[in-house]
Design a binder for this molecule. Structure first.
Ligand SMILES: [Zn+2]
Length: 272
């Protein structure tokens, strides 16, 4: 039941993220203006703005000009809904009020990451405003939680790896140095500088060593995607492929399924 609420909240947020991506790109007013059809510029009626449902009822077309609505809209809505449901399942416990704040934090970060994924996919660019605001909030969140848990400690022995800020900064720095070098030495041919800034955020969200799994998954998914595209002859060897979507997917998987994946991986080496 709770998961269903997270799912529906995610569908609604996903519909907002679609608008956000479009408006960052066209630099329009963010929230206060009502949504318009990108073709005929007519305002979208409130009853045509229900995530996924409206899309199906309208048969994927604008009510006014009958032009096709992009598949991007329902896909992003459903994806955000599923991610919200998973974050709720993983972090939220109704009777444990201490879980509410981290849940809200991870929902916010998931929304930022999805925005970055879609934006980079469409425009081959990472929206700096979203990225830097999220990095700032990730640091504040870590410091705040560490601050409150330090107050509860009776003896003064702190294991740095048990904090949130220290492993976050460790993994952000490691990932940044690695991606910055890739980008710098290849003159941005292998990796864009935007990706190097993005992994700072991913490191802060995931901490250490979860970031390693996220980066591994990103390269793995990127390679699979590249092979499929080459096989389908959709892309040439040299055509530019955005990498942020794979970094974001790797991060979301690592955030939600780190332990099961690691346990499965090590179970492969156990011989009976
Ligand atoms: Zn229209």
């Amino acid at each position: 039941m709770l998961i269903l609420i997270f799912l529906i909240a995610g569908l609604i947020v996903g519909s907002f993220l679609n608008v956000l991506v479009y408006r960052i790109h066209t630099a329009e007013e963010l929230i206060f203006d009502r949504s318009k059809c990108p073709h005929c510029k007519k305002q979208i009626r409130w009853y045509d703005n229900i995530p996924v449902v409206s899309f199906v009822i309208l048969k994927f077309r604008c009510r006014d000009c009958q032009k096709k609505i992009s598949w991007q809209y329902p896909i992003v809505e459903i994806f955000t809904g599923v991610i919200f449901a998973l974050v709720g399942w993983k972090f939220f416990v109704l009777i444990d009020t201490a879980s509410w704040f981290p849940t809200a934090y991870y929902l916010f970060m998931a929304s930022s990451l999805i925005t970055i994924l879609v934006y980079d996919f469409l425009y081959l660019e990472i929206p700096g405003s979203v990225l830097w605001v999220s990095i700032f909030l990730a640091v504040i969140f870590g410091l705040y939680l560490d601050g409150t848990s330090l107050l509860k400690l009776e003896n003064n022995t702190v294991n740095l790896l048990d904090t949130i800020t220290y492993p976050g900064i460790l993994s952000a720095t490691t990932a940044f140095v690695f991606f910055f070098s890739l980008s710098f030495f290849s003159k941005e041919k292998w990796m864009g500088m935007g990706d190097a800034y993005l992994v700072i955020l991913l490191g802060l969200i995931l901490g250490w060593p979860e970031i390693l799994l996220a980066l591994f998954l990103a390269f793995f998914l990127g390679a699979v995607y590249g092979i499929i595209m080459l096989a389908m002859k959709k892309k040439k060897m040299k055509s530019q492929v955005p990498f942020a979507p794979f970094l974001v997917l790797g991060t979301l998987i690592a955030l939600l399924f780190y332990l099961p994946i690691i346990n499965w991986y090590f179970s492969l080496f156990i011989t009976y």
